[in-house]
Design a protein around this ligand. Structure first.
Ligand code: CA
Length: 473
């Protein structure tokens, strides 16, 4: 069997609803990311298991939930001695490389392992004239980060050993906050208004207290985010819209450069006749609120941040232009790579290979529900409460567990909120925008206990100690 090349392109905080393959172009066009979808599959229900940068990256490398791989919050470093898909592929003869955002710590035990070549941004990295770290140390490169990462990726591909298959992880910093556009797109959208999302005026009156306390609204955007002071003389409503326009335009300008980058990489593969033998994936470490519910940022288990964009091509295996609606998780990606490489998926990995699913042959026993957990209780900047929950095709049940559950991470030292856990239930078929929690609605009094049972069963299955707590009795 010929092992396929893998080009895994992952950006940071790029929501599926800022990709025209998903929206038909409601707020922007991404012709190059769309090329992958047209040549392969667009997956609509790919979810992260914890909607925040470092934890999602750790899950993708290790195939495990964050309580297993140790990266539950942004302050945890990845222990590079653990098993990863990069090590497995490298051991089996792949050339492996990672370029761009790493965000899993630095220093001996936290530098990338399992990669023949690595060149990564320290921490979040900078948009302009960024520093990079490789095995020889730190150095600075002039230019715009997205372009530099693209050029470094192309250079490595051009100079690789062509006798071996490759796994290249090209990880962009963009479009992460503070959303600094590249020189080419500074004036994009200058004379247009980007449409506001349907849920822009949500006041969270039908959500849990946690939603009302989150510091992620348009009003929490800083002068740095907005690239200048608010003009004088605006009414409150005018300022609200002004803030959204400033935010969303810079975000979409960053996305435009990412899309160009994808185009350059695809052009290279096509010119070198590699496209048919290469699995090409475009995804992001999580989703993002684009003014939805009046928010920016991620963290919550709500749809906009839970959903990862995921398009993948592999001609002769994945039908062109297909659409998949099965529940796939970030922890499934490494198992799928192993599957395609003809390697056995390690027992300890918690994800499943989504190969058959994405090829259009979903197994009958494929998961019908997913488990989520966000650990960073009341971090200073965003103030989102720790929560866990279950999503099925029809419902989502979320528990803000607050003081009802002890956690052993440093976030537990913060002011914890109510001692009673607070629950939300959304009927996703009737209320796909999750505007109204129906947890206390008598119409759902049979749904809730059934979902709780499934939720606690998933916690036990994934060995999250939370299952053994008073709520689960
Ligand atoms: Ca991120």
């Amino acid at each position: 069997m010929k092992q396929p090349n893998i080009l895994f392109i992952m950006s940071d905080d790029h929501a599926a609803h800022a990709i025209s393959a998903y929206t038909g172009g409601r707020i922007n066009q991404t012709p190059n990311i769309d090329r992958i979808a047209k040549a392969g599959v667009r997956a609509n229900n790919v979810y992260c298991t914890n909607s925040i940068c470092a934890p999602s990256r750790a899950a993708i490398l290790s195939g495990t939930y964050n309580h297993i791989n140790g990266v539950r919050t942004l302050s945890d470093r990845f222990d590079g001695s653990q098993d990863t898909v990069a090590k497995r592929l490298q051991d089996s003869g792949y050339q492996t490389a990672i370029i761009g955002k790493w965000h899993l710590g630095h220093g001996d035990e936290a530098d990338p392992t399992g990669f023949d070549h690595w060149c990564v941004l320290p921490g979040q990295g900078n948009y302009y004239d960024p520093h990079f770290i490789n095995k020889d140390g730190k150095f600075q490169v002039e230019g715009y980060c997205t372009d530099i990462i693209t050029n470094m990726t192309l250079d490595w591909l051009k100079n690789r050993d062509t006798d071996k298959p490759f796994c290249m992880m090209c990880h962009h910093k963009a479009p992460h906050r503070p959303w600094e556009p590249g020189p080419k797109y500074k004036d994009l959208y200058e004379d247009v208004d980007i449409p506001i999302p349907e849920t822009f005026h949500d006041d969270h009156s039908h959500h849990a207290q946690a939603a009302r306390e989150a510091k992620m609204t348009m009003w929490h955007l800083t002068v740095r985010d907005l690239k200048g002071p608010v003009p004088e003389g605006l009414s409150k409503e005018e300022e609200h819209h002004w803030r959204y326009q400033r935010y969303i335009k810079d975000y979409l300008r960053c996305v435009a450069s990412i899309d160009d980058s994808v185009g350059e990489l695809l052009d290279y593969l096509e010119a070198e006749n590699l496209f048919d033998d290469t699995i090409v994936i475009y995804t992001s470490d999580q989703g993002f609120f684009l003014g939805d519910h009046n928010w920016f940022d991620k963290r919550f288990m709500y749809e906009e941040s839970l959903r990862m964009p995921f398009v993948m091509s592999y001609p002769n295996h994945i039908p062109a232009g297909s659409v998949n609606n099965d529940i796939v998780l970030n922890i499934d990606f490494p198992a799928m790579f192993m599957d395609y490489a003809g390697l056995e998926v390690p027992e300890a990995w918690q994800g499943e290979s989504c190969r058959a699913t994405l090829e259009g042959n979903t197994p009958d026993d494929w998961r019908k529900a997913m488990y989520y957990r966000y650990w960073m209780h009341k971090d200073g900047a965003h103030n989102v409460w720790a929560h866990f929950g279950i999503r099925t095709h029809d419902y989502k049940l979320i528990c803000y567990y607050a003081d009802a559950l002890d956690t052993d991470d440093r976030w537990a030292e913060n002011d914890r909120g109510p001692e009673e856990p607070e629950w939300e239930l959304f009927d996703l078929k009737k209320d796909p925008d999750e505007m109204i929690s129906v947890y206390d609605d008598v119409d759902y009094e049979d749904v809730v206990p059934n979902l709780k049972k499934k939720l606690f069963a998933l916690q036990a299955y994934y060995q999250d100690e939370a299952y053994d707590h008073p709520l689960a009795k």
